[in-house]
Design a protein around this ligand. Structure first.
Ligand code: ZN
Length: 247
């Protein structure tokens, strides 16, 4: 546990103009959001530094490893903002669409936008300097699993990602941001260095429930400013949480 978490870790999902869903951010909006944060004095940090919670640090994460995230890479490289992509090992076999009941209708209507990166695409990210973390095997609500299922989701995904990418898989993002004390302990026991929640707690920081700010399609620049202002982040997050879906 640490006090005083002030690093801003953003959580995006898809990068697409065509998918009119909360989880999808247009490329121009994405660039504008990062440019504005950098102008406000946020300093880009690698994930290993970001988990230390430094003041005004900035790190970008993408949950679900949608293929569309490739579009964000040139922008991140140009702005020199490091990023982490959290992949489900079960989807990376063949780059399958994310298979969660909550998105079944979206998969039907927008198959390209729901397609995820296969192992080759994830290796391509690693070559570009992107960190690849685990988003479990099959994207379940972790608190609902038995101990055995929970272990499997956490360990198998970490080992598989490490094997396929030939590097350690150190970080985890909880699907739907869903976690509790049992899940956090299991994540530590499964060998991760840290895990990201959504939005998580900022009052008393737990390395296995690191807070992130989810960015969604409806986030205007004013709304994002509210969500990313440290002094306002807690009350703003509490308010906005009421209106946001988490994946
Ligand atoms: Zn997810």
């Amino acid at each position: 546990m640490r006090q005083g978490w002030r690093t801003l870790v953003l959580c995006y999902h898809g990068i697409s103009e065509d998918w009119p869903h909360a989880l999808s951010t247009g490329l121009a909006a994405f660039e504008q959001q990062l440019t504005s944060l950098l102008r406000r004095g946020f300093r880009p940090l690698a994930v290993s530094e970001a988990i230390q919670g430094r003041n005004r640090g900035l790190h970008v994460t993408f949950d679900d490893a949608f293929r569309s995230v490739d579009r964000a890479m040139p922008v991140l490289e140009r702005l020199r903002v490091p990023s982490t992509v959290f992949a489900c090992s079960g989807s990376a076999d063949g780059g399958l669409p994310l298979n969660v009941p909550e998105l079944a209708a979206q998969v039907e209507a927008y198959p390209d936008d729901l397609a995820t990166m296969d192992w080759d695409a994830l290796r391509g990210l690693v070559e570009r300097g992107v960190e690849v973390g685990s988003h479990t095997v099959s994207h379940p609500h972790l608190p609902r699993l038995t101990d055995v299922e929970l272990q499997r989701e956490l360990r198998e995904s970490r080992e598989r990602i490490a094997d396929e990418l030939s590097r350690p898989c150190r970080y985890l993002a909880y699907p739907f941001g869903d976690e509790d004390a049992r899940v956090r302990h299991a994540a530590a026991a499964a060998g991760y260095d840290a895990a990201f929640a959504l939005p998580g707690r900022e009052d008393r920081i737990d390395s296995f429930a690191l807070p992130r700010v989810g960015v969604y399609r409806k986030d205007s620049s004013m709304r994002l400013r509210l969500k990313t202002t440290a002094e306002l982040r807690r009350p703003a997050a509490a308010l906005l949480r009421l209106t946001e879906q988490r994946r």
